[in-house]
Design a protein around this ligand. Structure first.
Ligand code: PEP
Ligand code: MG
Length: 892
C-alpha cells in the first residue's frame, strides 16, 4: 500500500510532485535543522485518489492518526485539548505554484471548550475569541461552502453596533458574541451545528483542500498556465504558531536578495502583532524588514543567518514567510523566489561570480521573455512623475500621448500627427483601428486575457488593462484618479506596460541600455556598461557558442538588415518583397495588373526591374557574406489596387457630374475582377507566379543582376530564391525551372556563375504532407508558420485574434494564441513530418522557419528539438532567439 502521509522530516525539496512545492520545502528546511513548526504532509497521490473515487484512500485515516499522535507528543499537547489546545493549519500546496487558487484553513482544534484553554494559556481572551471566529469563518466558507459575505456582514454589523471602524476595536466580549452569530449562520445554512470535534474539523478541512483542486478558478488557471489537470494538491498539516499574540510577536516576508535589482541585502516587510492574512489584507502598514533589528534583535540575527543558509543551500534567491511568536522565530515557507527580468540576469551573473553556479546553470535561469522585457524603451526613473494609478501590466513598453476616449478620435488625431493613448473601460473589435492608431491602450476593466490585452500584445503595443481604481468616463471624455485628479480628453498621460503604472503628463522615455549594448553603442568592457549590461553580455557570449540553431532576421530593406546584423543576425531568412511595392511604386504594379497587351505588360515589368534590382543590391550589401532569402511576391494582387468602396464612390461622383474617368473605370473593373471573398486562400503566392506572366521571372532577374553587380563590386552576395505558398510539387517545378533559366541567362550576361539555391516555403498542410516530393525540387524549406497555423486551424490570421481569441483565452481553450506560440501538437506535428520526409528525399536540405514563431521562446525550443538549421524573426527579436537557441542546446 502506498504511503500517504510524510512527516516533514521524511521529505526533501526534490519531492515536489509527491509533497507539493510547499511541503517539499518545509521538509527541506526541517532537515536543515531550521525552526519549522512540526507537521506532516498528505501526498498528492491521496488527493488524486480522493478526486477519482470521491472518498479518501483506505489507510489514510490510520496514517493521519499516527502522525497526529507523533505531532501531539512533540508539542506536549493534544489537538483541541481543553486546557491547552494544539491548533493546526491545513494548507494546500501543489507541485506548481498556483497562488491563491486553492484553500487554507487556520486554527483547527478550537471549540467552545478549547477556546477557554487558549485564552488561559495565552493570557489573552481577545486573541482566543478572535482565533475562534476566524476558524468558523474560514471553515464555513471553505469547507461548508457558505457565502463569505454573510460573515463579513456580521462583522460590519458588530462594528457598527460598537461604533468602531476597525476589527481591532472589537474586544473579547464582542468577539464572543460574534462567534455565536457565526455559529448561527453555520447552523442555518448547513442544517447542523458547527462541528466541535477537532479531528472531524481536520478531516473535513483536508477533504475541502483536496476538492479545491477542482474549483473553477483553479481549473481555469491551470488551463491557462498549461499545468496538467491530473496532478492534485498535497495538504500540509502544521502546528499553528501565532504572530498576533502581542507586540513581541509578528509576521513577515523576506527575500535573500532584492527581487527588483538582485542586490544582496535585507529585503522584506514585517508587521508586529499580526497574522499572515493581515499583511495581505493591508489593514495596517508594514515596516521594512531592517526595522526588526531594533524591534527584536535576537530574532532578526537568527533570521539573517537562516537566510544566508537558505541561499547557499538553494543556490538562488529565496523568498521566505516567517512568524515570530513571543520572541521565538518560526519559518513557515520558503521557495526559490520570483524576480524581475533585470534581477534574473544580475543574480545569475552574481552567483557565477561567487562560484555558486556554473554558466550553464546561469543560462537555464534567464529566459527570452525576460530579455525581451529588458529591451523595451522605458520611462526615465530619475524623472519627476505624478502617478495617477495602477492597473495590470498587459503588454510591456512605455507610451506617452494625449488621452482620447474613443476609436474615432484616436484615428483622427493620430492622422494629424498627434500621439494618443486610447482610454476605454474595455475594448471590443470595433476599437481595433483606434488601437492601431494609438501609442498605447489603457482600460479600467478586464484582465490579462481581455480583448485589449490580447490584441495589444499581438500588435506589440503598450497596454495597461484593468486599472479599476481609475474611473474611465467615456461619455464625458475624462478619467478620474483615486485622488480625484481628472484627465480631460487631450491631456497628456504616460502609461507603463511593464509595471502597469499610469502617470499624468509626459514622462521622459529613455532607450534601454540593453538595446544600446546590442546596437553597439555601449561597450560591455567600458565604464558605460552597468552590471545589467555586463550580465547580459556574458550570457549572450556563452549562448552564442553553445547554440546549434542559426538565427536570421526577417528584413525587407538595408536599414533593417543592418540593424538585424548588429543584433547578431546571421543572415536574412525572409525578405518580403511586397513591401518593396508600396508608396509610389504601387502605381507600377497597378499598371502591370491593368495591362491589356503584352507590350504594356512588358513595359510595366521593365520599369519595375531596375527598381527591384537596386533594392536587392542594397540588401545584399548590408548582409554581405551572409545568406539572404528573398521571397517572390506573396500577397493577393488586389492589395496593390485602391480600396473598392473609395473607388466606387469616386466613379459614382464623377458619373453624377457627367464626367468620365477612363482610368478609374478600368481600375474599378480590375478591382471587381480581383475581388475575393477569402483573399488569404485565393490568388496569392506561387499562384500569382503561375498566372501573371513575367512577374516572378522579373523578380528573379532583379535578384540575379543585383548579385552579379555585388560580385563585380568585390562583394560576397549570397541570395536564395524562395517561392511562397506552394501546395504541390508541380507548382514549384514550373517556377523553379523558370528561375534557374533566368539565373543562367544573367550569369552569361555578366560572365559570372550564379549558383544560388532555390527553395520553397512550407506553409500549407499539403506541402508539409508531401514534403518528400517537394524536397526533390527544393534546395531549402522555410516553414511559414503563420500561414501554416492559419490553414491547420482554419483561423483567419487577420481576424480571429481581434474577434474571438479573448473569449477562447478566457475560457481556457488555449493558454496562448497559436499565432504567438507554436501549436506543437498540431502545426508542430506537420513540421516534424516535413522535416523527416524532406531530409529523407534530400539529405542535407537546409531547413528553417520564418513565421512569427521564430522569435517566440517556447517555439524556439521546439525548432531546436525538431532539428531545424535556423530560425528567422524580426530584428528586434534576434537576441531573444539567440538566447533561447543557446538555452535549448545547453539543456541536455
Ligand atoms: C508565414 O506564413 O509564416 C510567413 C512567414 O509568411 P507571411 O507571414 O508573409 O504570410
Ligand atoms: Mg505566409
Amino acid at each position: 500500500m502506498p504511503k500517504y502521509v510524510y512527516e516533514f522530516s521524511e521529505g526533501n525539496k526534490d519531492l515536489k510532485e509527491l509533497l507539493g512545492g510547499k511541503g517539499a520545502n518545509l521538509a527541506e528546511m526541517t532537515n536543515l535543522g531550521l525552526p519549522v513548526p512540526p507537521g506532516f504532509t498528505i501526498t498528492t497521490e491521496a488527493c488524486r485518489h480522493y478526486l477519482e473515487h470521491g472518498e479518501v484512500p483506505d489507510g489514510l485515516a490510520g496514517e493521519v492518526a499516527e502522525r497526529l499522535a507523533a505531532l501531539e507528543a512533540a508539542m506536549g499537547k493534544r489537538l483541541g485539548q481543553a486546557d491547552d489546545p494544539l491548533l493546526v493549519s491545513v494548507r494546500s500546496g501543489a507541485a506548481f505554484s498556483m497562488p491563491g487558487m486553492m484553500e487554507t484553513v487556520l486554527n483547527i482544534g478550537l471549540n467552545d471548550a478549547s477556546v477557554e484553554g487558549l485564552a488561559a494559556q495565552s493570557g489573552d481572551a481577545r486573541f482566543a475569541w478572535d482565533s475562534y471566529r476566524r476558524l468558523i469563518q474560514m471553515f464555513g466558507r471553505t469547507v461548508q461552502g457558505i457565502d463569505g459575505e454573510l460573515f463579513e456582514d456580521a462583522i460590519e454589523a458588530a462594528k457598527r453596533d460598537k461604533g468602531v471602524t476597525s476589527d481591532v476595536g472589537l474586544d473579547a466580549d464582542d468577539l464572543r458574541k460574534l462567534v455565536e452569530v457565526f455559529k448561527g449562520i453555520v447552523a442555518e445554512r448547513t442544517g447542523r451545528a458547527f462541528p466541535d470535534d477537532p479531528r472531524e474539523q481536520m478531516d473535513l478541512a483536508v477533504r475541502a483542500v483536496f476538492s479545491s483542486w477542482n474549483a473553477p478558478r483553479a481549473v481555469l488557471y491551470r488551463r491557462q498556465e498549461r499545468i496538467p489537470a491530473d496532478l492534485g494538491t498535497a495538504v500540509n498539516v502544521c502546528a499553528m504558531v501565532f504572530g498576533n499574540l502581542g507586540m513581541d510577536s509578528g509576521t513577515g516576508v523576506a527575500f535573500t536578495r532584492d527581487p527588483a535589482s538582485g542586490r544582496q541585502g535585507v529585503y522584506g516587510d514585517y508587521l508586529q502583532n499580526a497574522q499572515g492574512e493581515d499583511v495581505v489584507a493591508g489593514i495596517r502598514n508594514t515596516v521594512p524588514l531592517g526595522d526588526l533589528e531594533r524591534i527584536d534583535k535576537r530574532s532578526y540575527d537568527e533570521l539573517m543567518s537562516i537566510m544566508e543558509r537558505l541561499e547557499n543551500h538553494y543556490r538562488d534567491l529565496c523568498d521566505i514567510e516567517f512568524t515570530i511568536e513571543r520572541g521565538r522565530l518560526w519559518m513557515l515557507q520558503t521557495r526559490v523566489g520570483k524576480r524581475t527580468a533585470a534581477a534574473a540576469f544580475r543574480i545569475a551573473d552574481q552567483l557565477v561570480d561567487q562560484g555558486v553556479i556554473t554558466l550553464d546553470e546561469a543560462v537555464a535561469r534567464v529566459t527570452g521573455d525576460q530579455l525581451a522585457q529588458l529591451m523595451f524603451p522605458r520611462f526615465d526613473e530619475g524623472a519627476e512623475r505624478t502617478r495617477l494609478g495602477r492597473g495590470m501590466n498587459a503588454s510591456p513598453g512605455a507610451a506617452v500621448g494625449r488621452a482620447v476616449f474613443d476609436s474615432y478620435t484616436a484615428i483622427k488625431w493620430s492622422r494629424s500627427g498627434e500621439d494618443v493613448i486610447l482610454c476605454r473601460r474595455e475594448t471590443n473589435p470595433d476599437d481595433l483601428e483606434g488601437m492601431i492608431a494609438a501609442q498605447g491602450i489603457l482600460t479600467s476593466r478586464g484582465g490579462k486575457t481581455s480583448h485589449a490585452a490580447v490584441v495589444a500584445r499581438g500588435m506589440g503595443k503598450t497596454c495597461v488593462c484593468g486599472a479599476e481604481e481609475i474611473d474611465v468616463d467615456t461619455k464625458n471624455r475624462r478619467l478620474t484618479a483615486p485622488d480625484g485628479t481628472t484627465v480631460e480628453e487631450g491631456d497628456v498621460i504616460s502609461i507603463d506596460g511593464t509595471t502597469g503604472e499610469v502617470f499624468l503628463g509626459a514622462v521622459p522615455v529613455v532607450a534601454s541600455p540593453v538595446v544600446r549594448y546590442f546596437e553597439g553603442e555601449i561597450d560591455p568592457a567600458s565604464d558605460q556598461a552597468d552590471d545589467l549590461v555586463r550580465a547580459v553580455h556574458r550570457i549572450m557570449h556563452y549562448v552564442d557558442a553553445a547554440r546549434r540553431l542559426y538565427v536570421r532576421a526577417n528584413a525587407d530593406n538595408a536599414e533593417d538588415a543592418a540593424r538585424a546584423r548588429r543584433m547578431g543576425a546571421q543572415g536574412i531568412g525572409l525578405c518580403r518583397t511586397e513591401h518593396m511595392f508600396l508608396g509610389d511604386r504601387r502605381q507600377l504594379v497597378e499598371r502591370l495588373i491593368l495591362a491589356d497587351t503584352e507590350e504594356e505588360q512588358e513595359e510595366a515589368l521593365d520599369t519595375l526591374l531596375p527598381l527591384q534590382q537596386d533594392d536587392f543590391v542594397e540588401l545584399l550589401a548590408a548582409m554581405d557574406g551572409l545568406p539572404v532569402t528573398v521571397r517572390l511576391l506573396d500577397p493577393p494582387l488586389h492589395e496593390f489596387l485602391p480600396d473598392i468602396t473609395e473607388l466606387s464612390v469616386r466613379v459614382a461622383v464623377a458619373e453624377a457630374r457627367g464626367e468620365k474617368h477612363e482610368n478609374d473605370l478600368r481600375l474599378l473593373q480590375a478591382v471587381h475582377r480581383l475581388h475575393e471573398q477569402n483573399p488569404m486562400l485565393g490568388l496569392r503566392g506561387v499562384r500569382l507566379g503561375l498566372v501573371v506572366p513575367g512577374l516572378f521571372t522579373m523578380q528573379v532577374r532583379a535578384i540575379a543582376r543585383a548579385a552579379a553587380e555585388r560580385l563585380r563590386a568585390g562583394g560576397r552576395p549570397r541570395p536564395e530564391v524562395m517561392i511562397p505558398l506552394v501546395g504541390t510539387v508541380q507548382e514549384l517545378e514550373i517556377i523553379r525551372d523558370a528561375s534557374l533559366r533566368v539565373l543562367a541567362e544573367v550569369g552569361e550576361e555578366y560572365g559570372v556563375e550564379l549558383d544560388f539555391p532555390v527553395g520553397t516555403m512550407i506553409e500549407l498542410p499539403r506541402a508539409a504532407l508531401t514534403a518528400g516530393q517537394i524536397a526533390e525540387h527544393a534546395e531549402f524549406f522555410s516553414f511559414g508558420t503563420n500561414d501554416l497555423t492559419q490553414t491547420v486551424w482554419g483561423f483567419s490570421r487577420d481576424d480571429v485574434e481581434a474577434s474571438f481569441f479573448s473569449a477562447y483565452l478566457e475560457k481556457g481553450v488555449f493558454g496562448v494564441s497559436p499565432f504567438e506560440s507554436l501549436d506543437v501538437d498540431g502545426v508542430g506535428r506537420l513540421i516534424r513530418i516535413a522535416v523527416e520526409e524532406g531530409r529523407r528525399a534530400r539529405p542535407g536540405i537546409k531547413l528553417g522557419i520564418c513565421g512569427e514563431h521564430g522569435g517566440d521562446p517556447v517555439s524556439v525550443h521546439f525548432f531546436h528539438a525538431a532539428g531545424l538549421d535556423y530560425v528567422s524573426c524580426s530584428p528586434f527579436r534576434v537576441p531573444v532567439a539567440r538566447l533561447e537557441a543557446g538555452r535549448a542546446a545547453a539543456r541536455r
